[in-house]
Design a protein around this ligand. Structure first.
Ligand SMILES: Cc1cc2nc3c(=O)[nH]c(=O)nc-3n(C[C@H](O)[C@H](O)[C@H](O)COP(=O)(O)O)c2cc1C
Length: 208
């Protein structure tokens, strides 16, 4: 697939078909992750890969509780003193799916990077986190090029340490995201997205 076609096909998928994924495609996707730029020249991240329903159920208890306690109907249709925004609609669509979009993905990839804290005083100290997000974007684009889709969940609050302990990830590593990979279910109803407007974003020479 052409690169720009993969870029435009990539979207966040939260509903998957129950259809096997070729392990070779997953290997190619992870190789694409490994081609990402790296701040320290070491490429010393790793991947935890979950495949069975038991593994996913064990790992994602927090996401399940979070999704189940969310009242989407109240959130989307309850009284608001102003019209609901596109971002709020997206949130109302996404939250109830935070667990099933991982459980129903045939593969869940959990990239882990070396780091113990993200409390930093200089922007450059975010480099380990920035690097793993380069890895993640390569994974997203390679997944799109394979004709597959990705869900992504960023661990919230205590969820990070909970999943890290359950999966026995060493203390010197952190988890930036959980990535489900599988065939997108075309029946997922996607809320409208905000579109960025290049004409307003680009400032030649200086901010105008
Ligand atoms: C840093 C970051 C964090 C995100 N966190 C979540 C998340 O926790 N759960 C989720 O369902 N989607 C998450 N998303 C996906 C966004 O909701 C999605 O990218 C956005 O709505 C744009 O849609 P698109 O990816 O289909 O273009 C995250 C995206 C980014 C870049």
């Amino acid at each position: 697939m052409d690169f720009y076609e993969a870029v435009s096909r990539r979207r966040t998928v939260r509903q998957f078909l129950r259809k096997e994924v070729d392990p070779e495609a997953i290997r190619r996707i992870l190789e694409a992750g490994n081609s990402a730029p790296t701040w320290n020249h070491n490429r010393n991240w790793s991947y935890v890969v979950l495949r069975t329903e038991e593994e996913k159920e064990f790992a994602f208890g927090y996401a399940k509780r979070f999704a189940e306690k969310f009242d989407a109907d109240k959130y989307l249709n309850g009284y608001r003193p102003y019209p609901i925004t596109l971002a709020q609609r997206m949130y109302g669509h996404a939250v109830p799916l935070q667990y099933t979009m991982l459980r129903d993905a045939p593969y869940v990839i959990i990239p882990v990077f070396k780091g113990a804290s993200v409390k930093v005083e200089f922007l450059s100290k975010f480099n380990p986190l920035a690097t793993i997000w380069c890895v993640i974007e390569n994974i997203f684009l390679a997944t799109a090029a394979e004709g597959l889709g990705c869900s992504m969940r960023i661990p919230m609050e205590d969820e990070h340490d909970e999943v890290k302990a359950k999966l026995k990830v060493p203390p010197t590593y952190m988890i930036p995201a959980f990535i489900g990979i599988g065939y997108a279910d075309p029946r997922e109803e996607l809320p409208e997205q905000n579109r960025a407007d290049l004409a307003k974003q680009v400032h030649y020479g200086r901010w105008k």
